[in-house]
Design a protein. Structure first.
Length: 148
């Protein structure tokens, strides 16, 4: 559903939000590890998120990545998706056709439109603080540990 970059970006932002709630900045290395993502790819994703004003980057000793406390409660999942994947997720055809509309619908158009609208609603109403709290409490996970 989301691109790999967007998946990593969501996980990275949740991890940064978890740490920011505790007034901690986090390093690229820690974010990549927590997101189970390659470090170089994570760096590129974080650049996109900084440029989109979703996260902040602080240089120098004691630097790292953080989310401003005032932003934590208002930052929505839709903002991360939009910054990385754009809004194509809300427009694309369920069957991948080049042209699909109300006047020339594909066989799943009307059913898929409802799913897209539900997805938009979920993304626009889910906050980073909500997701961070679930992960902090151990109710949700950013990565799965390997089982033997």
């Amino acid at each position: 559903m989301f691109s790999r970059a967007c998946e990593y970006g969501i996980k990275a932002t949740i991890y940064i939000a978890m740490q920011s709630k505790e007034a901690r900045r986090v390093s690229l290395k820690d974010i990549a590890s927590a997101s189970n993502a390659p470090e170089a790819f994570t760096a590129k994703i974080l650049q996109i998120l900084v440029k989109a004003n979703i996260i902040d980057s602080v240089r120098g000793a004691g630097g790292g990545f953080e989310i401003d406390a005032a932003k934590l409660n208002t930052l929505k999942l839709s903002q991360i998706v939009s910054a990385i994947d754009g809004d194509e997720i809300y427009k694309g055809c369920g069957l991948g056709l080049q042209e699909c509309s109300e006047t020339q619908p594909c066989p799943v158009h009307h059913k898929f439109a409802k799913i897209r609208n539900d997805l938009r609603l979920m993304l626009e109403t889910t906050t980073m603080v909500e997701l961070a709290e679930g992960a902090s409490k151990g109710e949700t996970y950013l990565k799965r540990e390997k089982t033997q």
